[in-house]
Ligand binder design. Structure first.
Ligand SMILES: C[S@@+](CC[C@H](N)C(=O)[O-])C[C@H]1O[C@@H](n2cnc3c(N)ncnc32)[C@H](O)[C@@H]1O
Length: 420
C-alpha cells in the first residue's frame, strides 16, 4: 500500500465527508477549530443534499457511495475520511442483520478500497449506534483497519457527558495510520466510556466499563443545563384552552434561539402558532403510558429518532407546556398540554449552530427525519479535535469558536455512564 499524501503544515487537512446528511460532521469539524477543508461530501438523499447545499453553498455528490472507485477517491487527495453510515443494520428496532443488511454494504465496500488507493487517508472517523461495536461489520472494520496499518481508539459517549440534557449514546471510532498516533498511545485499541482523554486527562485511569449506579446517574444529570435553555418558545400556561386542550394562541419565540423559519408560519405572519406541535388528545389517551415526558427544568430528554412526530412511542421526549403541581404521570397528561419539540429545538439539543436553517420546501416530517439521522456536535467536535491533534500538536491550528466553549467544558470526572 502506498504511503498516502503528506501535507505542508500550513495547508488545511483535506477531508471527505461520507453519508453527509445535513452536515453534522462538517459543523463538528468547524466547531473543533481544526484547520480542515471538506473537499467533497457524499449522500444519496436529495432532501438531505438540499439542506446541506442551503447551509454550505455546496451540493454533495449525489449517488450511491458503493459505486465509488479507488481512483475516484484518489482524485480528492484527502487526508481524512469522516463516515456516519446508516445505523438501521445495528439498531434494536432493526432486524440486526449486521453486514448481511444491504445498507451495511457501502460502508464495508469503501473501507475495502483503502488498500487499493494510491493515497490512503491518514485518519478515519466513524459514528454509529450503540450495538455497532458488537456487530460483524465492526469485526470486519477493525480487521481492515489493522491490515491497513491503523491504530484505533473507540468511544461510547452521550451529550449528557458534555453538559447537554440529551441522552443520545453513540459509538465512535477514531483511527490513525502509522506512523501517526494518538496523544496517549496507551489508549490505543481501547473502547472508552469516558470523555476524559478529550479534555487532557491522559492519566490512564479512564474506566473501560461504564458505571450505571444511581449515584453516578444523578451526578451526571446535575452537571447538565436545563431543557429550557434549548427551547424556542416560552411556556404560556395561562393561555391554554382547557376545553380543547389546545394552546389557542400565538407564542412568542425566545430570543436566544431566534424565530422559526418563515415557512413555519403558514399564514405569513410574524406570530407563530404552536398548535402544529401539540400532541392530539387522542394520542395521549392511547399512548400516554408509553410517552417520555419532560419539563422545562428537566436535565434530560430522550434521543430523537427519525420517526419523531410520526410516532410518539420511543421516538423522543414530549414537553409538558403546563407544569402540574406534581410532575409525572400521576397528574393528568391532558392537562399538562404536551407538545413536540420543534425542529429548531431538536437542532439546539444536537448543538447545531444558530445559523443552521432548513430551506422552505423541506416539510416538518422531513426536518425531523433528517435531524433524527444526524449527530451531536457537542460530542463529535471534541472527538475530531482529538483525532486531528498530533502528539507534537504541530499539525493543528486551533481557531477560537464563539459559541459553546467545548475546550472549557469540564466533563464530570468519574462519570462515564450512559443513560438509555
Ligand atoms: C446516519 S445518516 C448520517 C447523517 C449525517 N451525519 C448528518 O449529520 O446528517 C446516514 C446518511 O447516509 C445516507 N446514505 C445511506 N446509504 C447511502 C449510500 N449507499 N450512498 C450514499 N449515501 C447513503 C443517507 O441518505 C443518510 O443521509
Amino acid at each position: 500500500m502506498a504511503e498516502g499524501s503528506h501535507k505542508p503544515q500550513e495547508e488545511p487537512w483535506r477531508v471527505l465527508e461520507f453519508y453527509s446528511g445535513i452536515g453534522g460532521m462538517r459543523y463538528s469539524l468547524m466547531k473543533a477549530g481544526v484547520n480542515a477543508k471538506v473537499v467533497e461530501a457524499f449522500d444519496i438523499n436529495d432532501k438531505a443534499n438540499d439542506v446541506y447545499e442551503h447551509n454550505f453553498g455546496h451540493r454533495p455528490h449525489q449517488g450511491n457511495i458503493q459505486s465509488l472507485t479507488a481512483a475516484d477517491l484518489d482524485s480528492y487527495g484527502a487526508h481524512a475520511w469522516l463516515l456516519s453510515p446508516p445505523c438501521q443494520p445495528y439498531t434494536r428496532q432493526g432486524l440486526q442483520k449486521h453486514s448481511g443488511d444491504a445498507r451495511a454494504l457501502s460502508f464495508l465496500k469503501i473501507l475495502e478500497l483503502i488498500p487499493h488507493t494510491s493515497q490512503p487517508p491518514s485518519m478515519l472517523f466513524v459514528e454509529n449506534v450503540v450495538g455497532f461495536e458488537t456487530s460483524d461489520t465492526h469485526t470486519e472494520m477493525i480487521d481492515i483497519l489493522a491490515k491497513t496499518n491503523f491504530v484505533v481508539l473507540e468511544f461510547i459517549l452521550s451529550p449528557l457527558q458534555f453538559g447537554i440534557p440529551y441522552s443520545r449514546p453513540r459509538y465512535f471510532c477514531l483511527a490513525k495510520r502509522k506512523p501517526s498516533s494518538f496523544q496517549n498511545q496507551l489508549l490505543n485499541n481501547r473502547l472508552l466510556w469516558s470523555p476524559r482523554p478529550l479534555f487532557g486527562h491522559d492519566d490512564n485511569t479512564v474506566a473501560i466499563e461504564h458505571d450505571q449506579s444511581q449515584e453516578s446517574c444523578d451526578k451526571l444529570l446535575q452537571s447538565c443545563e436545563p431543557v429550557e435553555k434549548f427551547l424556542e418558545f416560552e411556556n404560556h400556561s395561562d393561555q391554554m384552552d382547557t376545553e380543547s386542550g389546545l394552546l389557542d394562541t400565538t407564542i412568542v419565540p425566545i430570543d436566544a434561539y431566534g424565530a422559526l423559519e418563515k415557512n413555519d408560519d403558514a399564514n405569513g405572519r410574524n406570530d407563530i402558532s404552536l398548535n402544529q406541535y401539540l400532541v392530539p388528545l387522542s394520542l395521549i389517551e392511547r399512548w400516554g403510558s408509553a410517552m417520555d415526558i419532560v419539563y422545562p427544568d428537566s436535565k434530560r430528554c430522550c434521543c430523537f429518532t427519525k420517526s419523531y412526530y410520526r410516532y410518539v412511542k420511543g421516538t423522543g421526549s414530549l414537553l409538558a407546556t403546563v407544569q402540574p403541581k406534581k410532575k409525572g404521570k400521576s397528574s393528568s397528561l391532558k392537562e399538562q398540554c404536551l407538545r413536540f419539540f420543534t425542529p429548531r429545538e431538536v437542532a439546539n439539543l444536537h448543538s447545531f449552530p444558530e445559523d443552521f436553517h432548513f430551506p422552505q420546501h423541506i416539510s416538518l416530517r422531513q426536518r425531523y427525519a433528517l435531524l433524527g439521522n444526524s449527530l451531536s456536535i457537542a460530542v463529535v467536535a471534541p472527538l475530531l479535535r482529538y483525532l486531528f491533534a498530533e502528539p507534537s500538536a504541530q499539525n493543528m491550528q486551533i481557531f477560537p469558536s464563539n459559541d459553546i466553549p467545548i475546550a472549557n467544558f469540564q466533563p464530570c470526572d468519574e462519570i462515564n455512564l450512559i443513560i438509555k
